[in-house]
Design a protein around this ligand. Sequence first.
Ligand SMILES: [Zn+2]
Length: 252
Amino acid sequence: MRRLVLALATIVLVLSAMAGTSAQKQPRVVDLGHPLTEDSPSWTGEKVYVRTGTGDAARDGIAMGKIATDEHFGTHLDAPAHFSATGWTTEKIPVERLLRPAVCLNVAAQAEHDENYRVTVQDVQTWEREHGTIPRDSLVLVATGWDARWAQPRRYMNERNGVKHFPGLSVAAAKLLVERGVAGIAIDSPSVDYGPSEKYEVHRTTMPRNIYHVENATGLTKLPPGGFTVIVAPINIAGGSGGPTRIFALLN
Ligand SMILES: [Zn+2]
């Protein structure tokens, strides 16, 4: 009898464990990047990405192609080495730095009225008042809504008389994020430094601390303020200063 009770108890335990597994909620995965296309916006306006088909499945029975690209094109990673002689090149970034709890600073309302909007210290503090201090080693996503212009490269780069205009971060806000010890910063505009920047001060603030960036991300304005995970998966170029990247969120 005791054996029977034990056996029954074991079955109940196994069944409940199985039920637990099947009931576990799968995260909703959200793509936060643009596909690479030759007519996507480039920093200079020149064509910097070319894909040549070298095989066609219908014609040749096999599809193949080769690509040539700038490292900083499309949705891409800036490795810390981009602006720091001692910073990690792409393949040196530890993979655990690329899978991170994320927070989202949504400044779309501010950027809507100011194309050169720069995230302020106050924006960060407002987020922190509501959600707590930005956790160490997290990835900070900056949602400006600028990605709505992606399909129109000239409007996206928004250059007039040699000066670009698009939103980014202030140096003071970048310094605060460095203080918080964040792993990386992703933004849905062409750069973490706002358009008119000539000296790339934000890059020079973050990259010497081995903080990486993702630029030209998309879909950030639809994300919650926090409580989710982001995966950044750049092309793993040895010695690279960055490279085209997949980036996606796992929402609970
Ligand atoms: Zn870049």
